[in-house]
Design a protein around this ligand. Structure first.
Ligand code: UD1
Ligand code: MG
Length: 414
């Protein structure tokens, strides 16, 4: 089996996004776009990944500080996608395997498509294999140019297309696999002969075809996978598509999502079997939900939420950085932040943890089998013992609990 490397392009400035932030750090369903592209490479067994960074390179590297399998390559000036790949010249010089080239702004790439590229590349013994897709609106993408027999001749960027070429709906999603040896040669030959005066990676493909190399196109890529993100509008469209994928995977794993269009679930969330997510639920961050829970409608679960099994959260319940044990119920208008809540605790309507005193965030621990009446305010830091009964409307501080002395259970009221 051939050895495989990947080059991911992520150095661009992205004027079309109108952003101060590197484009590949913009998030799709809670994760930066680049994270999805890295995962797709890992899923097909790529061990060596080069990411080309330039604009705000430090920010990108910092965000991915834990990615030990990534080697960062700096492109000082953004002279185009071919130039960006050539920045890895030294790293790739002696490499005899295959090199995947992908864009960091293509988060919808799936590893299945990379597998198809690899299979095709090997079966056809091609110099380069790339994907194409047919879009109803091809605006902005490089168009695939074919001759009268359907043979691919090259790729023309949108800004360089003639009126006839603009009508072509077959586009280049920028998913390529090259035999590494021919890649570097082809890149060296690319000239910036285009409207933008940039060195285009797409011209390397035309160059290979012209010099008699075999270039194969995989045409079966779905439109919803081909999308690159160049604008905020496309970012929101990509997020929609990713959201559908996340929900489909959860449903296959046995989660009921009552109204997928009105539910938003972060890519990092894990949800157990037979849990039901009611409409208008928003789950954002690393969140773990066990089995047989009932969440929503209108629930907001934030980073660090861990729900064990059989938890019921209802209308306007917000949870952050908190672990709720089996059978906890918080059905109406609650905020539980920075807390550990024991087994079978009932949190009455409108009860909250007051976890921030203006300077510090404090933790609240509620023991097993407690009953917290409606409208209670639990002022952190606070520990409430197992089996405690908090009367409705009580403001509970650690002081008030201590005053109850050696009782095994607290029975707190104002
Ligand atoms: C590119 C393709 C186009 C394709 C589209 C798919 C070229 C010339 N065009 O166009 O055919 O349809 O992707 O989404 O390749 N980058 C660098 N350094 C540079 C320039 C760009 O690292 O000097 C990076 C960008 O950060 C981005 C990626 O390369 O992640 C693609 O660049 P972008 O400007 O988005 O190209 P498109 O116009 O989308
Ligand atoms: Mg792009």
């Amino acid at each position: 089996m051939a050895e495989r490397a990947a080059v991911i392009l992520a150095a661009g400035v992205s004027s079309r996004m109108n952003t101060m932030m590197p484009k590949v750090l913009h998030e799709v369903c809670g994760r930066p776009m680049l994270a999805y592209v890295l995962d797709a490479c890992r899923d097909v067994g790529v061990k060596k990944i080069f990411v080309v960074v330039g604009f705000s390179a430090g920010q990108v590297r910092e965000r991915f500080a834990e990615a030990g399998d990534v080697e960062w390559v700096v492109q000082k000036e953004q002279l185009g996608t071919a130039h960006a790949v050539l920045c890895c010249r030294e790293q790739l010089a002696d490499f005899g395997g295959q090199t995947l080239v992908l864009c960091g702004d293509g988060p919808l790439i799936r590893s299945e498509t990379l597998d198809t590229l690899i299979e095709k590349h090997e079966a056809e013994q091609s110099a380069a294999t790339l994907a194409t897709a047919v879009l109803s609106d091809p605006t902005g993408y490089g168009r695939i140019i074919r001759d009268a027999y359907g043979n691919m001749q090259g790729i023309i960027e949108h800004s360089d297309c003639t009126r006839e070429q603009l009508a072509i709906r077959e586009v280049n999603p920028s998913y390529y696999l090259f035999s590494n040896k021919v890649l570097l040669e082809a890149l060296e030959r690319v000239k910036p002969d285009n409207v933008k005066k940039e060195y285009y990676l797409t011209d390397a493909i035309a160059g290979l075809i012209r010099t008699g190399h075999k270039v194969v196109a995989v045409t079966a890529v779905l439109p919803e996978e081909a999308m690159g993100v160049n604008s905020r509008r496309q970012l929101s469209e990509a997020s929609k598509i990713m959201q559908r994928r996340i929900q489909q995977m959860l449903m296959e794993n046995g989660v009921t999502i009552v109204d997928p269009d009105n539910t938003w679930i972060d890519a990092r969330a894990r949800i157990g079997q037979d849990t039901v997510i009611e409409p208008f639920t928003y789950i954002h961050g690393v969140v773990e939900i066990g089995q047989n829970c009932r969440i929503g409608p209108f629930a907001y679960l934030r980073d660090g939420t861990i729900l064990k099994n059989d938890v019921v959260l209802g209308v306007y319940t917000e949870i952050k950085n908190a672990t709720l044990d089996d059978g906890v119920r918080a059905r109406h208008h609650s905020y539980i932040g920075d807390a550990t809540v024991g087994r079978n605790v009932n949190v009455g309507a409108g009860s909250i943890t007051a976890n921030y005193d203006g300077q510090r965030v404090g933790r609240t621990t509620v023991g097993n089998e407690c009953y917290i009446g409606s409208g209670a305010i639990l002022i952190a830091p606070l520990v409430i013992k197992d089996g405690s009964h908090i009367a409705a409307g009580t403001v509970v501080s650690q002081e008030s609990v201590n005053e109850l002395g050696g009782k095994s259970n607290n029975d707190v009221s104002q």
